[in-house]
Design a protein around this ligand. Structure first.
Ligand code: TXD
Length: 311
């Protein structure tokens, strides 16, 4: 039987994720949104594109959670995006209500699903999804690190005029201004960028990576990035459904790894059929560890603002 992937939220990120998942033939896709007709229209348009460069996935649009029942994976994108001048944290209370509602409904019909959360503020919304669903931490994972490291890879490729395929980048921490891009684990054809670039250029790449989301928001003026985030979600779906045991940077709920407990933060994890199979711990310098702790503390601060009835 083909796998079933539900994408909640048929806005920019949701539609991009859904289309990529369908084109990669990772399974059949259900696209759900509160706006009537919109997910149905987008899904039909996507399906009508499938004979052109052919792909064989069903895509259904709906406003009814009954159609999502039995999903193997749920990609949660519903929620407000940032506008210029807003931080991701400014979205906390509005998106908390949306995530609570959507995940509460989806979890009933798809109790075995793995949840991939994308809604911002990312790490805090992962925690909402974990609490509301009651799913184990292995099956509630956040997408941010793949995007942040793809941004860093793009900037490294631009700087050195090399193929993006040769680049690898390593970004730890929360998906916010406190994220921790690690230069010494970021490489071109296996060579650390610390051997290839002077410190001031590395600092500039790190700064641009940290502010990568804001750069796009400032240019778009009406919303935030979606091509790279949508494709990043598809990569996670691929790693899980195809049981790849692939190591990718994701937001995971830590239980002592990196000396951090009871919070989501971006770390390298191994993804396979069971979701997070392993949190990969790497050696950090004292400064890097302090930066990761600061990032985790920033996430905890948001979690402390949750209303008491969230559990
Ligand atoms: O790296 C990352 N994690 C991110 C996160 C990268 C990019 C965007 N990121 C966040 O994803 C962004 O800050 C937002 O919180 C979400 C979605 O961003 P998107 O750009 O897709 O926003 P849109 O285009 O406004 O789409 C949101 C959709 C829209 O169609 C609404 O009608 C729908 O969400 N929505 C709902 N759907 C279902 N159920 C409910 N309750 C609901 N409320 C809104």
């Amino acid at each position: 039987m083909r796998k079933k992937i539900t994408v909640i939220g048929a806005g920019h990120v949701g539609e991009t994720a859904a289309y990529n998942i369908a084109r990669l033939e990772l399974g059949d896709v259900v696209l759900i949104d509160i706006v009537e007709g919109m997910p149905q229209g987008k899904a039909l348009d996507m399906f009508e594109s499938s004979p052109i460069f052919p792909f064989d996935s069903k895509i259904t649009g709906t406003n009814d959670y009954a159609d999502t029942a039995g999903s193997d994976i749920v990609v949660m994108t519903a929620g407000l995006p940032r506008k210029p001048g807003m931080s991701r944290d400014d979205l906390l209370f509005k998106n908390l209500t949306i995530v609570k509602d959507c995940i509460g409904r989806i979890a009933k019909g798809s109790p075995e699903a793995t949840l991939i959360v994308i809604t911002n503020p990312l790490d805090a919304m992962c925690e909402v999804a974990r609490r509301v669903s009651g799913f184990p931490r292995e099956r509630v994972i956040g997408m941010a690190g793949i995007l942040d490291s793809a941004r860093m890879r793009s900037f490294i490729a631009m700087e050195l005029n090399v193929s993006v395929e040769n680049t690898h980048a390593f970004v730890l921490g929360g998906h916010g201004d406190s994220m921790v891009p690690l230069a010494r684990y970021s490489t071109v054809a296996g060579i650390p960028i610390t051997h290839l670039l002077p410190q001031d250029r590395i600092d500039a790449i790190i700064e641009r990576t940290r502010k990568g989301g804001g750069e796009i928001v400032a240019l778009l003026k009406t919303g935030s990035a979606y091509y790279a985030p949508g494709l990043a979600a598809a990569q996670m779906v691929d790693a899980i459904l195809n049981d790849k045991h692939k190591i990718l940077p994701c937001a995971a709920f830590l239980k002592g790894e990196y000396g951090i407990s009871d919070t989501y933060v971006g770390v390298p994890v191994q993804l396979g059929r069971k979701g997070v199979e392993k949190v990969i711990e790497i050696e950090l310098t004292e400064d890097e560890r302090a930066a990761l702790n600061r990032s985790a503390d920033a996430v905890k601060e948001l979690i402390e603002k949750f209303p008491k009835d969230l559990g």
